[in-house]
Design a protein around this ligand. Structure first.
Ligand SMILES: [Zn+2]
Length: 554
């Protein structure tokens, strides 16, 4: 028994009394050894006991905080295994060009014009969330639209996919992009199909050059947000995530600057949820020298895998496919120089002891990544590598077999059927959509599949994603690829245990099990009992991280 000194008098703590007890509810533990329980006790940020009310209440002491669940449902805290908390954070500091706010190009113009009046000429104006398929104009925003309202301020409007953007002439000039400038490797400068002139659209690497800092102190064309702004962004974004039941995330693109933001947020006690960081492959050359590898950190902040971006985006129609997009000759964009480059990056990440996470949407690039993983694992076999195919959207039975054989994990978009729905058919065709976001197939093949939103490219709410995976219904109510439906339990499993597994943390996260971190969500209703079309409307009534209440509706 430990004795604690407190200013002269020794206090003998009651070792067995809990800090908090939640009782009288429907607890979905996601622990196969005990799937359901009525109560849970928490001590020192971890679950102490899970079981019947009588068993658990026996651990109540005079300082135990008692929370009556009143028959509400509890699940483990949701873990999003692929999203961009840091990017979403700074997005919240920019103009919201999403269809919620800007239904037409004219509204984006008005918002930009308003900003030009608030800022000195020369200062950057940034917008996010633009979705050409959801604005009324039936055409894409161009530099001319932006020039009309902002001749002197450089403007950068990010497409919701994150894989392309539209800039004005001033921004092109600052980036040194002229009519005769050749496309950068892995990127494209968009051009007007009639005149052949630059239209201000920047694809893939052409866009990233504006946003992401490279190694060797190569700065992005747009000035970065300050550390203070970035930390504010993390706070704002985390609050939204917590309000949707998220207690942990895998940040799928971490740069030196992002690492700084997280470290400082953790140090100052502002980090409210747990972060597993996928480091941008740009930094790979620096990591082996430090002997830094996957798993370094603590239960709040951890170095995860190395992230390689190999192709474009599903909603941006730049995923690299084996067969062209419907009604087009285009097959998407390979975001690395060649298949060999991709293999080389996979090999290096693998050799350096990292979990290697390859963003691969289209079936063509998935095959290339599989070839790369196969080679790397033959050259240097490693058990339990848990290498990942990020998104892994368009698959075939052949691809599924190879993924299973190589024991790779996948992180498909959880909410895209709901969010993008019927617009997928004209791009990919009904046959391909049957095998996109293939949650059922992954489970049936025994492939490790986890929950992922890719926020801000998709909505972050896990309950919405769970509904989408269970119903395969678009927001308008159309069912797409019904064969890929999974059960509510399976969908919750993706967002809890499977995501914990995807970061090697299943021994202390992902289920309500004694000894594990006390991360949980209290839901107003049981997702298994409501109409599946209404899962997204279930209220999140409390989110607890490490035994502390981090969210409760005001
Ligand atoms: Zn992503």
């Amino acid at each position: 028994m430990r004795v604690r000194e407190t200013g002269g008098s020794a206090v003998v703590p009651n070792e067995v009394s809990a800090d908090m007890i939640l009782w009288g509810g429907n607890i979905m533990t996601m622990d196969p050894k005990r799937p359901g329980a009525r109560a849970a006790a928490i001590k020192d940020g971890r679950f102490l006991k899970v079981g019947s009310e009588t068993e658990v209440k026996a651990l109540a002491g005079k300082n135990t905080k008692m929370i009556a669940l009143r028959e509400r449902t509890v699940t483990p805290g949701f873990i999003d295994s692929h999203q961009h908390l840091s990017q979403y954070g700074t997005d919240l500091l920019q103009i919201d060009c999403s269809p919620r706010r800007c239904k037409a190009i004219a509204q984006i113009q008005q918002a930009v014009l308003k900003e030009t009046k608030r800022r000195p000429a020369g200062e950057w104006i940034r917008g996010v969330g633009y979705d050409d398929t959801k604005t009324q104009d039936q055409r894409i925003l161009t530099r001319r639209d932006l020039d009309e309202v902002s001749p002197d301020h450089p403007v950068f409007i990010h497409h919701v996919s994150g894989h392309w953007a539209v800039v004005n002439s001033r921004a092109l000039e600052i980036g040194g992009i002229r009519e005769e400038t050749p496309n950068p490797p892995g990127g494209v400068y968009g051009r007007d199909p009639h005149t052949g002139r630059l239209n201000g659209i920047l694809y893939e690497q052409a866009e990233f050059a504006y946003v992401f800092e490279g190694t060797n102190s190569q700065l992005p064309i747009m000035p970065a947000f300050s550390l203070k702004e970035r930390m504010k962004g993390i706070r704002l974004a985390s609050d939204r995530y917590l309000a949707s039941g998220i207690t942990g995330v895998h940040d799928a693109l971490v740069s030196a600057q992002t690492l700084e933001t997280y470290q400082e947020s953790f140090k100052s006690g502002e980090l409210k949820l747990r972060v597993y960081m996928l480091i941008s492959v740009e930094y790979l050359p620096h990591l082996p020298a430090l002997n830094l590898r996957t798993g370094f950190g603590n239960e709040w902040l951890k170095i995860g895998g190395v992230k390689i971006l190999a192709d474009g985006a599903i909603a941006g129609r730049t995923a690299y496919l084996s067969e062209p997009y419907i009604g087009s000759e285009e097959r998407g964009i390979l975001a690395v120089e060649s298949e060999e480059t991709l293999h080389e990056l996979i090999r290096k990440g693998h050799e350096a002891g990292f979990q290697v996470c390859v963003h691969a949407n289209g079936d063509r690039v998935i095959e290339m990544a599989l070839n790369g993983f196969e080679k790397a694992l033959i050259q240097l076999p490693r058990k339990d590598h848990r290498h990942r195919l990020e998104h892994c959207t368009v698959v075939t039975p052949e691809i599924l077999k190879r993924i299973r054989k190589l024991k790779l994990l996948v992180t498909p978009f959880g909410s895209y059927i709901h969010h993008h729905g019927e617009k997928m058919i004209p791009y990919y065709g009904a046959r391909r959509v049957e095998m996109m976001f293939a949650h059922r197939s992954f489970l049936d093949y025994g492939i490790g599949v986890s929950g992922a939103s890719d926020n801000p490219c998709g909505p972050y709410e896990p309950l919405l994603a769970i509904q989408s995976c269970v119903t395969r219904k678009s927001a308008a109510g159309e069912v797409l690829g019904a064969k890929q439906r999974i059960t509510v339990e399976e969908a919750i499993g993706l967002y809890t245990m499977a995501s914990a597994y995807a970061s090697f943390e299943e021994n202390f996260k992902g289920s309500i099990t004694p000894g594990k971190l006390a991360d949980l969500v209290v839901l107003g209703e049981d997702p298994r009992r409501v109409n599946p079309d209404e899962i997204k409307d279930i209220p999140v009534e409390m989110t607890i991280v490490g035994g502390e209440v981090k969210y409760r509706p005001g």
